[in-house]
Design a protein around this ligand. Structure first.
Ligand code: C2E
Ligand code: MG
Ligand code: MG
Length: 280
């Protein structure tokens, strides 16, 4: 419903879009303020080895401690952080925080960090990773870098070169959110990933969806022959857990196994090791 403005110019926004735009501007303003006030912090979701029920590590997930809304999940503000160009500084900061947190964990624990396309734009990204490792003293083998297919496809030659630099440093590379867009399995053939994470959208429909079962089966099959490990996100009940286990997925995370925790709470969970078993 485009409105005429003074009879000469069109306003391209209808009132609903206008409202959404205002909401977004408010969110962006709040987010900038939150960054300045240190109200953002990474949380850590436990990741288990589903073969032996052992805790394998944690995925760092950014949270916003909002005055009115409580803890706000990344999915609520990540698009705004990306559009506003805030994600680069924020993401690099999360990387450092996560490395420092993991340095205090037992040495078999890894930490996974999500990296957005904007963070890969400067040629210095591998230098940023190296600095995070050096400043924290974390062994490179304990750091996993998660990239989505969309990020990789934005500039394949450049990202591939970057990935080789990162492998040279010794960190692991994870293809994140697989099965959630239109990425195909050839991406595992064409880029040096060590692990693939199957999206919550595929796992959440189990055990009912034969199509998603077939999809997971082909990811497991192809990954097996390429030497790529398979993880799943979003295990919410026992049936989903046993389904992904029987399909051969080695690693898993989800609300059934553990919610994202503050750094402090993650540390407490680790003190209780090794009595935390999958599904308990
Ligand atoms: P992701 O990397 O796919 O992370 C998994 C998301 O699924 C997280 O949402 C997590 O809280 C949620 N999740 C895990 N298990 C379950 C479950 O059993 N049920 C349900 N309903 N949800 C589950 P979150 O924290 O909102 O993060 C959303 C996305 O934002 C992430 O997706 C990631 O792409 C991005 N993100 C989060 N933190 C960062 C960060 O520090 N830097 C960058 N660049 N991106 C981040
Ligand atoms: Mg992730
Ligand atoms: Mg996801």
């Amino acid at each position: 419903r485009a409105k005429m403005d003074g009879g000469s110019t069109f306003c391209f926004f209808d009132t609903r879009m206008d409202e959404q735009l205002k909401q977004r501007q408010l969110l962006e303003r709040d987010l900038r303020k939150a960054m300045a006030q240190d109200l953002l912090e990474p949380y850590y979701q436990p990741v288990f080895d589903l073969k032996n029920s052992q805790l394998q590590g944690f995925e760092a997930l950014l949270r916003w401690r909002h005055q009115r809304e409580g803890m706000v999940s990344s999915q609520e503000f990540m698009p705004v952080a990306e559009d506003a160009g805030l994600i680069q500084a924020l993401g690099d900061w999360v990387l450092k925080q996560a490395c420092m947190a993991a340095r205090d964990w037992p040495e078999e624990m890894s930490v996974s960090v999500n990296i957005s396309a904007q963070q890969l734009k400067p040629d210095t990204f591998s230098q940023t990773v190296l600095e995070a490792l050096q400043e924290s003293g974390l062994e490179p083998e304990r750091l996993e870098i998660e990239l989505t297919a969309k990020t990789v496809q934005q500039d394949p030659p450049k990202v591939r070169a970057m990935m080789h630099d990162l492998k040279h440093i010794g960190v692991s590379l994870v293809l994140d959110d697989f099965g959630n867009g239109n990425a195909c399995l050839t991406i595992l053939r064409d880029f040096p990933f060590d692990k693939v994470k199957i999206a919550r959208a595929c796992v959440g429909t189990l055990p009912g969806s034969d199509a998603n079962k077939a999809l997971i089966q082909s990811v497991v099959g192809m990954s097996g022959s390429l030497g790529v490990r398979v993880a799943v996100v979003g295990i919410e009940d026992d049936v989903q857990l046993s389904t992904v286990q029987s399909l051969g997925c080695q690693f898993g995370q989800g609300f059934l196994l553990g919610h994202p925790l503050s750094r402090h709470a993650a540390g407490r969970l680790l003190v209780g090791l090794p009595d935390k078993a999958v599904g308990s």
